[in-house]
Design a protein. Structure first.
Length: 248
């Protein structure tokens, strides 16, 4: 487990609805931190699991860490009490040269990356990566220094009510944005093997997150968040209609 103690809360970031904080860890790395006060336990689980799966699948997602003592330091700096009973927060390294990806930048990305992210988001039922020429919420960064995308923000993955057809049209790399986009049998074979490999890492990913997130999520959902909710969604990649449903 990669647990980092917090050293300084720099500021609250002006990014997203989860109200992340820009913080410095005792390892002198700057992190974007999402606390239990800003996200319910199940969304912290979704963030952790999705980031691990993204990396196992081969997407450019920063390595997440667990931050502790955020609440204690926040209370000292703000003179306000910490309302959460828990003090393990989700964090990712801050990418200093990155900014929210524009629609124009998204059009210029490598076609294999577009395909991979589209299928990955479809797999984890993440409908929170929508972007078109009219705007949207892409949850992608563009690293200007390295000229590459950075995949972030998965707290709304595994959300009930996911509609494949709507997703296939509205995703930043979906059919409306890429009218020539089709996933052929060769793609299905390659992507299916990679999804299965990523799925094989699920137990290790779960074992590396705080047990209190798991327990609290179970209580909130009245089921086991992993075995009753997340795992059945992921195992659909091994069923024939997985590829059928991704078509618009």
């Amino acid at each position: 487990m990669n647990y980092i103690q917090i050293k300084e809360i720099i500021e609250q970031a002006n990014a997203g609805s989860s109200n992340p904080y820009l913080c410095q860890g005792m390892d002198d790395v700057t992190y974007m931190v999402k606390s239990p006060d800003s996200l319910p336990a199940e969304q912290l689980v979704y963030e952790w699991v999705s980031a691990g799966l993204a990396r196992a699948f081969g997407l450019p997602c920063p390595t997440p860490v667990i931050i502790y003592d955020f609440g204690c330091l926040w209370s000292l700096q703000s003179n306000l009490s910490w309302s959460s009973n828990h003090d393990y927060s989700f964090a990712m390294p801050f990418v200093s040269n990155a900014m929210d990806m524009t629609y124009a930048q998204s059009l210029e990305l490598d076609s294999n990356f577009k395909r991979d992210l589209f299928i990955f988001d479809y797999w984890i039922q993440n409908a929170d990566r929508m972007l078109s020429s009219h705007g949207g919420n892409v949850n992608l960064l563009y690293d200007n220094a390295q000229r590459k995308p950075v995949v972030i923000d998965h707290n709304l993955a595994f959300t009930p009510g996911f509609v494949p057809n709507t997703f296939s049209h509205e995703h930043v790399f979906g059919y409306d944005n890429r009218p020539d986009f089709r996933i052929d049998l060769v793609d299905q074979c390659d992507l299916g093997q990679r999804l299965d490999t990523a799925l094989g890492s699920l137990n290790t990913i779960v074992a590396s997150m705080p047990e209190e997130w798991h327990d609290e999520a179970n209580n909130r959902l009245s089921c086991d968040v992993i075995d009753d909710h997340i795992r059945p969604i992921l195992e659909k990649c091994n069923k024939p209609d997985f590829w059928q449903d991704v078509e618009p």
